[in-house]
Design a protein around this ligand. Structure first.
Ligand code: NIG
Ligand code: FE
Length: 424
């Protein structure tokens, strides 16, 4: 059930985590700007006032009341890196890895991303939407209200566009809001086996212009998707990555980058140099690259679900990024190969344990800083007048229960663009 179209006063909040004041750099990370005994006024899709319960109750006597019963309220999670749209699964590869094969070995042998490519090419648009919708609803029920979703399991123009179509379709279905990324540079497809330079030329000369004109025709009122490249040994080297990103930038696409998941190739510095919105993974990143990033507005997006999912013990050096005064965000990397996990609550729990973040730091990294990683920090990621009314009512008395507890869902209600959803 939901209310819509009139003023709702969400009151009796024990701790309102406003996250006000914009993205949080370096040691400023973790400033939750908590208001005790708080209330939030929602008018239609927007937040219109934030204050004490007593003040807002007397100022807006005609608003519909929603009693938070002393729960914690915070901004909806923003998940700024996922591969949501795919068909099939890779449970057999999970077993192979447990028997000793590595992720890159499986990929080099034609499995990995290429196995999901086969299933995704074979699926109809309807099948793709239906399978991805189940994951979108899981993410939403666990508190994600905005989620970036990449293509990259087609690697031909037709299937990549089918994935973009699926993203547009899922966005219409709602309530989860999707931010699209074109990732034709996710792997080298079978048609170009052993010819990364040839596929790089194909992307620059054919795929990118085709995606741009398709988008302008089919989503004329939405800004162009991000373009993302897997900069890694066995995928795209640094020079190829630069070629693809510079061509994308010339065509007007905003940029993102997968860097240093397995090896340090210098991708993070390239992302900073080109003004990319984010550089993601950042596991094997050198201190020089970390400093280049910290000197820019490019957000370091850490994906702790990935080393966890691969049973590897090295995580993003979060403390070094904070020390360098960088911008740190967290994302799920939801994908069928390395980490099939829709829950940002679990990501917070991992970041606290393996990256040494406090709950407050992790919370800022999945809200306002995650919003900055998809260039939406003016719309989502904090509870301030004028922003989208995307809020979570969490069944816990203190914000530190996030991270501390995991494996169950702490979300009891979600407001998405002012619409109320009851969870569980
Ligand atoms: O971010 N590393 C490249 N892409 C994904 C994995 C995708 C897959 O294995 O299907 C990642 O981990
Ligand atoms: Fe990824």
């Amino acid at each position: 059930f939901y209310y819509n179209g009139f003023m709702i006063l969400l009151h009796n909040i024990s701790q309102l985590l406003t996250l006000s004041g914009g993205p949080q750099r370096g040691h400023a990370l973790g400033n939750l700007s908590i208001m005790p005994d708080a209330a939030v006024l929602i008018d239609g899709e927007r937040i219109t006032a934030v204050g004490s319960s007593a003040d807002l109750l007397s100022a807006y006597p005609s608003a519909e009341l929603f009693d938070a019963h002393g729960c914690v309220v915070m901004p909806g999670f923003v998940d700024p890196h996922t591969h949501l749209v795919w068909a099939g699964d890779r449970a057999a590869e999970f077993e192979l890895r447990l028997q000793g094969k590595t992720y890159m070995e499986i990929m080099a042998a034609g499995g990995g991303i290429l196995s999901t490519l086969k299933a995704t090419r074979a699926a109809s648009l309807e099948q793709l939407v239906e399978q991805s919708h189940q994951r979108a609803m899981q993410a939403f029920n666990y508190g994600t209200t905005t989620l970036e979703a990449k293509t990259g399991y087609g690697l031909d123009i037709e299937t990549e566009i089918k994935q973009l179509q699926a993203i547009l379709e899922l966005n219409k279905m709602g309530p989860l809001q999707l931010i699209p990324t074109f990732m034709g540079a996710h792997a080298i497809p079978p048609e170009f086996k052993g010819d990364a330079p040839g596929y790089t030329r194909f992307l620059c000369k054919e795929a990118l212009p085709a995606v741009k004109s398709w988008w302008q025709e089919h989503a004329p009122h939405q800004s162009l998707p991000f373009v993302d490249v897997f900069c890694e040994v066995g995928a795209f080297d640094l020079a190829q990555t630069r070629t693809i990103l510079e061509r994308s930038q010339l065509l007007g696409f905003p940029l993102k980058l997968h860097v240093d998941e397995f090896e340090n190739l210098g991708g993070a510095s390239l992302a900073a140099e080109l003004g990319a919105a984010s550089a993601d993974h950042m596991v094997k990143t050198s201190l020089e690259d970390i400093q280049q990033m910290a000197d820019s507005d490019t957000v370091a997006v850490s994906l702790p679900g990935t080393p966890f999912g691969l049973a590897q013990n090295q995580y993003t050096p979060a403390k070094a990024i904070i020390e360098a005064d960088g911008l740190l965000a967290l994302a799920s990397d939801l994908n069928p190969g390395t980490t099939w996990n829709e829950s940002m609550q679990f990501i917070i729990a991992l970041a606290c344990r393996y990256m040494g973040l406090t709950p407050a730091q992790a919370i800022a990294a999945v809200t306002i800083n995650a919003a900055a990683a998809i260039q939406l920090e003016d719309q989502v990621g904090s509870i301030e007048a004028g922003k989208q009314a995307d809020l979570l009512v969490l069944n816990m008395p203190d914000y530190r229960h996030l991270g501390y507890r995991y494996g169950t869902n702490l979300v009891s209600y979600i407001f998405k663009r002012g619409k109320l959803f009851s969870i569980g």
